[in-house]
Design a protein around this ligand. Sequence first.
Ligand code: PLP
Length: 442
Amino acid sequence: MNNKLTEVRRLLALHHEMFRSSIPLIASENVVSYAVREAMISDLGHRYAEGWPGERVYAGCRYIDEIELMTIELMKDLFGAAFADVRPISGVTANLAVFTAFTEPGDVMMALSIAKGGHISMGKKKFGGTAGAVHGLEIEYFEYNDKELNIDVDATIKKIETLISEGRKPKLAYFGGSVILFPHPVKELADYLKSNDIVVAYDAAHVAGLIAGGKFQDPLREGAEIMSMSTHKTFFGPQRGAILASTDEYADRIKKAVFPGVVSNHHLHTLAGLAIAAIEMKVFGKAYAEEVVKTAKKLAEELYNRGLDVLGSEKGFTESHQVLIDVTRYGLGGDIEKLLEKAGIIVNRNLLPWDPSRGLSYTNPGGIRMGVQEMVRIGIDSKHVDAVADYIYRVVVKKEAPEKVREDVKEFRKDFGKIHYSFDRVEDAYKYITLPGAAAGI
Ligand SMILES: *Cc1c(COP(=O)(O)O)cnc(C)c1O
């Protein structure tokens, strides 16, 4: 068995080496600081804390309770919220708790379709989406304007009017998405929705770090009552989730939906990591978010100038961390994703709003989605991103052998890797850390 153990560790080390020498552009990923990592290998990862701080089902939680209460206060402060539940263990779990708190199976919810940027957790039952398949919601889509790359306000109101006249009034309207280049019209729709007793929620999984840094829309100020999120995309946290609310009014239902609804224990090592991430956001979030948006715009512009079909060219390309390109002049998204990976450029293929109508599906769609947040955190920012655009151009447009570009990417990456926007910039983001005891055992 000892050699199996060695094999797992060898694969881990190889994974680290791959990322250490690549350009990370997955829009939903990031790296955490060493302070956050320290929390994640603490004893908290071995403990249970069910319930609310002070009302736990287990003993031994006195310090955990203090950490959780601190995390709640930090998150409320960062997002200007009246209420926070930091127990959901992921973004999907947070969303499922919101569905549970505000709807019954069979109710109607408004959300974006996947092709227009929606997440599968808001998906219909027939697609296996969490909202439909797990909570039994009927999903109706926001009307979307492909040219504006955003929700169409007037058409959406018309659609909801029709739903109301058919006796299918939505209970919940969920803004936010997995592809989100521009702020959603929360302000424009919130009053209308609320006047019809439709709860207004915003899924900030992708943009939480930009919201905390003051560089994207501020949903709770624009009329959203609820905001759910993942804590690890643009935010600095470990993989986890959270639910915030603009008032205390919904506190009891949210708490009950989270526990005992969708979590029992809630992975306390990452809870402590989230506390530290929130502190880092408070200190470094503004400068980080500014640089992320600047870098995304720059990457988009550099790709556009090299002839690539970057979405949103008439609107400044992007206001978030994401850049979206239509690659169909050069191949399909899935094939290009593989080619880029061979070159050490890690992106994901993505459906574009118009893909279903041209017969493309998510297995090999027409788009590539990139997010610059992890790059910025390791120092590849707006000053360096032209080089990244060049590598992408060489693979996608010039069709250079990816193995050749890989060598240049490796060389380029040598200058980057320290974790920026954190208290300790000494450490390498992708170092494979061996603890002394384990190392001695093999
Ligand atoms: C990533 C994402 C989620 C899911 O988050 P996990 O933390 O992976 O569970 C939910 N909603 C949106 C919009 C997302 O992009």
